[in-house]
Each structure stands twice: as C-alpha cells, then as structure tokens.
Design a protein around this ligand. Structure first.
Ligand SMILES: [Zn+2]
Length: 237
C-alpha cells in the first residue's frame, strides 16, 4: 500500500525507511520531490504516519521550493557572468563560427548568424557543457593527486560526465566520475566530490568507516555537503 500525507487537499506519497541502528527521525525531501522518512525500526507505522502528517506543511513547502528552483535556465548573454571553478567568467558572445573557449577571465562564445534563437541557445549550452567536461580532469587533477596520496590508493582516472542528479560515482576499475556541473560550484565543493569518490575506492558504502575516512581526508567536508544540499540546484548550465 502506498503511504501518503495530505496537505492542501493533495496527497503526497512518502516512503518509510526503517533502520535498526537509527535512534532519531529524519524527513528528507529529495530534489526529485520524493519524500523519505527515516526512523528506528521499533516505531509502529501508524505512529510514523501521524508524525509525518504533522510535518505535511513543511514537506509540501520543500517540494514546492525544488520545483520553482529547477525552472530557471541560465542565460548566455553578452556581459553575463558564469562561474568556473571558483572564478566568475564574463561571457563574451558574438556572431561567428561555432566556438567556445575560456581565456583571460572570459568565456568567449561565438554562434553562427544563421541559427534561429532556439537553435543558437541549444548550441551555446552544448558547447559550454562540452568545454567544462573537457576542462574538468586537468582542473581537478591537483585534488585527485593530493587525496589519492592521502588515502593511500593508486591515483584514479578521473572522467567528467553530465548527469541530472548524480554528483559522482566510482567504477570498479579504479576510476572516478564527477559531474561537470561541479565546476559551477565553489571550489571546496569540487574538492569534496573528489574526496567523496576517492574514499569510495577503499570503502564502497556509506557506513561509519567510510565517513571517518572522508573526515580524515577533508575535516571540513560537512560544509561542502551542506552547500550541495542547499545550493546544488543553482549549478546548472
Ligand atoms: Zn558516496
């Protein structure tokens, strides 16, 4: 049976996740709108749903926030700014053969005149995404080098990908994959994602031993975690 809470006449589906090790409650609303209620396994379902219902207003608000926030596309107009690995680049856009390049604090974009506006916007966005993906491995290389050394693992091969919701992952063969969107985030976030995946090369789970290792590698990692949760929606191409 699907569980749900009701707010403003609308049913909001929720999922309960029981854990034997848990002592406290947590309600989490994902950017996808999914709602997870994490509770100790000793709590009866009816009680869980009573408390969830008492938080229905908060849950609805969180969902609304993510929906509103997901909707603003970036505008690649002359003079606008775009972040790149902690710096702000000024966008310089002109007519010309399709090209995107970073040079001297500027993101230089040229788009053929023959493109209709919709096509031109799509081309610009695609070019910028490709540029960031290609730039990623060399920009992040010092972090990969540093933290592989600290973690005592062989330096992994870093690849950049573009993913809707996933920030990173690691492969069975000593590779790590990081979302190119992270170059739109502050530097410590990019650093943390490298740390997060490198720590997974030894601990392929999210248990306490894993988080202890993350903390050892980057003691201030929680601040970056918080930024991803609160501001991650802003970092879009
Ligand atoms: Zn992880």
């Amino acid at each position: 049976m699907e569980l749900s809470v009701v707010w403003d006449g609308q049913k909001i589906p929720v999922q309960i996740i029981y854990s034997g090790r848990r002592r406290s409650w947590a309600i989490e609303v994902k950017t996808t709108g999914e709602v997870f209620i994490r509770v100790p396994s000793s709590v009866p379902e009816q009680k869980v749903m009573e408390i969830a219902q008492s938080k229905a207003k908060w849950i609805a608000k969180q969902q609304e926030k993510f929906q509103v926030r997901a909707a603003e596309p970036r505008r690649y107009e002359n003079g606008n700014m775009i972040p790149f690995f902690g710096d702000d680049l000024i966008i310089e856009r002109r007519a010309g053969p399709a090209r995107a390049e970073i040079s001297g604090g500027r993101l230089c974009l040229s788009v053929p005149d023959s493109f209709v506006p919709d096509e031109a916007e799509k081309l610009v966005r695609d070019m910028v995404m490709l540029l960031y993906r290609r730039a990623g491995p060399s920009v992040l290389d010092p972090f990969v080098e540093k933290y592989a050394g600290l973690a005592g693992v062989q330096k992994p091969l870093l690849r950049m990908r573009l993913q809707e919701r996933k920030w990173g992952s690691c492969t069975p063969k000593n590779g790590i994959i990081i979302n190119a969107k992270v170059l739109l985030a502050p530097k410590p976030v990019a650093e943390y994602l490298v740390v997060h995946e490198i720590a997974h090369l030894r601990f392929r789970h999210h248990q306490k031993t894993y988080w202890d290792e993350v903390e050892r590698l980057m003691p201030e990692y929680r601040e970056s975690e918080r930024m991803i949760k609160e501001d991650g929606w802003r970092w879009v191409f």
